[in-house]
Design a protein around this ligand. Structure first.
Ligand code: NCD
Length: 308
């Protein structure tokens, strides 16, 4: 049984099955018919990911065990494993975890008998963000294969960059990276191009926030927009159907001109909306894979109701 750690652990068919399921939840309600508890263990700040997991859990009828690391026994030195094991012991059926360590899952590996969903691992992976990005791109273009996609910004410190670069390549997109000096990541074997070239050739420009909290020294950003960001002038040079994405939070006026945040090309708030349905689909996928629910029964029951 697998924890949901990386999109790369999924086959192409599994990825598309989850995306299709997420789309179906946008159209049709699904509600679990048994009492299940989900715990959201966030050890790093979060607005979108945590709240969209909350909404997704409520839509599915899961009971939420909320956790605030700043008022928990973590302050008494309790480890991630002991915290997770505690939630398992008191009856959680599913854990959603975000933690600043790149490899926090290693600490839990094979020691829990409930599924864990990675809601952000240090600079390493952010698979649920990646899945909602894939859904947004798929809904826009009807495909992912053959698209040209630029990931632009603080590649070196971004878990969103890594998850998306790997998954988009796997699905047949041509991925380019664009970064200011010092923000490149040598571990990703992908071509670097300038933001000027990226906007002209790509179907998607995916911008990233500068991850100040992961830097040793605060980066200087006064000329960042002009040199490396998406200015209004660069937006005008994008292809007719090209779109702008950003996982948010946004540094308005740094990686993107503030007037572009809600422009006709921007899918930034669509990404957030898709996040709810993708997270519903991921939780259902994982609960089903672990035998905690039988998805077929639930979906049959609800499509019967919907067809009446
Ligand atoms: C991202 C994250 O936390 O990695 N945000 C998110 O989950 N929507 C990106 C970021 O913080 O820059």
């Amino acid at each position: 049984m697998r924890h949901f750690v990386s999109v790369n652990q999924l086959t192409t068919e599994e990825i598309y099955a989850i995306l299709r399921k997420a789309e179906s939840y946008q159209k049709q309600k699904v509600m679990l018919n048994q009492q299940l508890f989900a715990a959201n263990l966030f050890f790093e700040p979060s607005t979108r990911t945590k709240m969209s997991f909350n909404v997704a859990q409520k839509k599915l009828g899961l009971e939420i065990l909320d956790f605030h690391s700043e008022s928990s026994s973590v302050l008494k030195g309790e480890s991630l494993y002991d915290t997770a094991r505690t939630f398992e012991a008191i009856g959680s059926d599913l854990l959603v975890i975000r933690h600043p360590s790149d490899h926090w899952l290693d600490e839990l590996d094979n020691r829990l008998s409930i599924p864990v969903i990675n809601a952000g691992a240090g600079k390493e992976e952010h698979p649920t963000q990646c899945m909602l990005d894939l859904l947004t791109i798929y809904q826009e273009f009807g495909c992912i294969e053959g698209l040209k996609i630029a990931i632009a910004g603080d590649i070196k410190h971004s878990r969103v960059a890594r998850s998306n670069a790997l998954a988009l390549q796997k699905l047949g997109a041509t991925v380019f990276l664009t970064a200011a000096p010092g923000f490149e990541d040598d571990e990703l074997e992908l071509p670097y191009i300038s933001i000027d070239e990226a906007v002209e050739i790509c179907d998607v420009t995916m911008l990233l926030r500068i991850q100040h909290e992961r830097h040793l020294h605060k980066a200087e950003t006064s000329d960042y927009l002009e040199l490396y960001g998406l200015t209004e002038e660069r937006e005008k040079r994008m292809k007719e159907q090209a779109i702008i994405m950003h996982p948010a939070p946004i540094n308005r006026g740094v990686e993107i001109d503030t007037d572009l945040v809600e422009c006709r090309r921007s899918r930034i708030f669509k990404q957030m909306e898709n996040g709810v349905y993708v997270r519903m689909a991921i939780m259902m996928h994982v609960l089903n894979e672990w035998g905690i629910i039988n998805e077929n029964n639930i979906e049959k029951r609800y499509s019967l109701i919907a067809n009446r």
